[in-house]
Write a protein that binds this ligand. Structure first.
Ligand code: VG1
Ligand code: CO
Length: 539
């Protein structure tokens, strides 16, 4: 029943910021998924005592890839797989299942916020027993395996039915199909004050949650509508579709357009939220009001005392280097630890495991805490609803009062997409070489106080990671440059801009950042090198 199939290596199976991410058509090539999975199994070693989670965001090709993974796991002697019904599990729910059941790891099939479908993207995120995605030391080992692989093992059997809950076997491997929603619901019920949020909706509070035809629909219907009592229809695009109904499931001002239009109209509900394809990102909106993810992290941290699970105190807080420094001011005020890590949630895992931090976040619409080891979209929305229920204040009021107390970091990200990889790499290396010469130089009245690559030394495993280039100015403003590690073709240059203001609190972010944008374009020679006058996506 077990066949050993000869294969030849693919040279492009290196994992990026969050797992392997490829165009669907690349992933559909013969033996592509098989090579990658066998390389992981080879890297793990002993499998007969291991149990893994398998699931995903329901995107195109997941169903086929999941069957391959099941048959390969059985052929490689894995003890047991825990699989979400019909192959569905959100990234945060998966992390919770791994931790709660002490599993050895898991595979969440998702390209996250990237579009799906035959012409979209496919992806695999691999987590270990921490519940978080594996560190570079492990991904390097797997990549080396993909370059030398010659054969893989697969069970020759009909597809496994994943539509019914319960236990079945393939060879000696046990397969348990679980409801992917129940454990997640139980987890968030124990973190937040559900009675207070129920009372808020009972008083007539309104919300719109956009699941963007992706994995969080069933979670959101259950939590917001059925349990918390938000009016029926509060959750939209709730049915996960293989191509996300053509939507780009990236919850930001550009791609969550329908929600943003509603929230900025006169018929806006009190609260608006959205998640991405695999449910780990979140966007927070009030009536005619948008909260940047960097501010959201700072505000949640400042208000931890309203949340039952955190009210007795929190450890420190961490952010990716590209994220604004807003949460740093909160950490200082509360006298808690504060860490800056490279982009990618896996860098928070050691800090959480060693109880250095409770909350963490990224500017890319990711917020989370040590309740799991992934960012968590619905958790972030519940946190906001809990603060609103406890304070009786609106999203806008909470945010403006925060700025009043701490000052405001005007913050925006500019993405230059579809660049030639060689051009983008050269831009970064030339810029890095030039950084020392920028020190103390003045550009339009902005004096450079420090210009250097961002290097992170992990205090737990002592690994060192270089990611991005940072130019700091004397007034606290910052430019961060880095190349995306989640794209599936070409290169994307991300330019992150920040300007701190203590008094001017109600300006338009773009107006405040324009001078720094001009400096950022000039220093990196973006237009002459890429031919682009403007960013393709601004968030
Ligand atoms: C992007 C974001 C990063 C995030 C990553 C995965 O990476 O910038 O903050 O952790 O996506 O998000 P990059 O390398 O393209 O900038 V998701 O929702 O996969 O899991
Ligand atoms: Co995601």
């Amino acid at each position: 029943m077990i066949t050993t199939v000869s294969t030849t290596p693919y040279t492009d199976q290196k994992m990026g910021t969050a797992g392997l991410r490829k165009k669907s058509k690349i992933a559909m090539q013969p033996n592509y998924v098989e090579n990658f999975m066998q390389s992981i199994f080879n890297a793990i070693g002993r499998l007969d005592d291991k149990t893994f989670l398998v699931g995903g965001d329901g995107r195109f090709y997941n169903d086929i890839a999941i069957q391959k993974i099941i048959k390969m796991a059985a052929a490689n002697g894995v003890k047991k797989l825990v699989i979400g019904q019909n192959g569905f599990v959100s990234t945060p729910a998966g992390s919770n299942i791994i931790l709660k059941n002490k599993l050895d790891g898991g595979f969440v099939l998702s390209a996250s916020h990237n579009p799906g479908g035959e012409n979209g993207d496919f992806g695999i995120k691999y987590s270990n027993q921490t519940g978080g995605q594996v560190p570079a030391s492990v991904t390097d080992k797997i990549y080396a395996n993909t370059l030398s692989i010659r054969e893989y093992k697969i069970y020759d059997a009909p597809d496994i039915d994943l539509s019914h809950l319960g236990t079945q076997h393939l060879g000696t491997m046990e397969i348990e199909v679980i409801d992917p929603v129940v454990d997640y619901v139980e987890m968030v019920e124990h973190i937040f004050d559900f009675n207070a949020i129920k009372a808020l909706f009972a008083k007539g509070f309104t919300m719109r949650f956009d699941a963007m035809n992706a994995v969080t629909g069933p979670y959101a219907i259950r939590i917001f509508e059925e349990i918390l009592g938000a009016p029926k229809g509060s959750v939209v695009h709730a049915k996960p579709l293989p191509d996300f109904g053509g939507l780009h499931p990236d919850p930001n001002l550009v791609y969550a357009k329908e929600l943003v239009d509603l929230m900025f109209s006169d018929s806006a509900p009190d609260f608006g939220g959205a998640n991405d394809g695999d449910g780990d990102r979140n966007m927070i909106l009030g009536k005619k009001f948008f909260v940047t993810p960097s501010d959201s992290l700072a505000i949640l941290t400042d208000n931890y005392q309203y949340i039952p699970a955190y009210k007795n105190g929190i450890f420190g807080v961490a952010k990716s280097a590209a994220t604004s420094t807003a949460v740093g001011r909160v950490a200082k005020a509360h006298n808690i630890g504060y860490y800056e890590v490279p982009t990618g949630w896996k860098y928070f895992v050691n800090l959480m495991d060693s109880q250095r931090i409770t909350f963490c976040g990224e500017e890319s619409f990711g917020t989370g805490s040590a309740h799991i080891r992934e960012k968590d979209g619905i958790w972030a929305i519940l946190f906001w609803l809990n603060i609103i229920a406890a304070t009786g204040k609106s999203v806008e009021q909470i945010t403006r009062e925060h700025w009043q107390k701490y000052g405001r970091s005007y913050y925006m990200r500019f993405d230059f997409e579809g660049l030639d990889t060689a051009v983008a790499d050269k831009l970064m290396s030339d810029l890095e070489a030039k950084l020392p010469s920028l020190n103390n130089q003045e550009f339009n009245g902005y004096k450079v106080s420090e210009a250097a690559p961002f290097v992170y030394n992990d205090p737990v495993d002592n690994s060192s990671t270089k990611n991005g280039l940072i130019v700091k100015f004397a007034d606290g403003s910052r430019i961060v440059y880095r190349l995306s590690g989640t794209g599936s073709s070409g290169a994307t240059l991300r330019v992150y801009l920040e300007k701190y203001e203590q008094n001017k609190l109600a300006e338009e972010p773009l107006d405040m950042l324009k001078p720094i944008l001009a400096i950022a374009m000039e220093i990196a020679e973006i237009t002459p090198r890429t031919g682009k006058q403007h960013a393709d996506v601004i968030t």
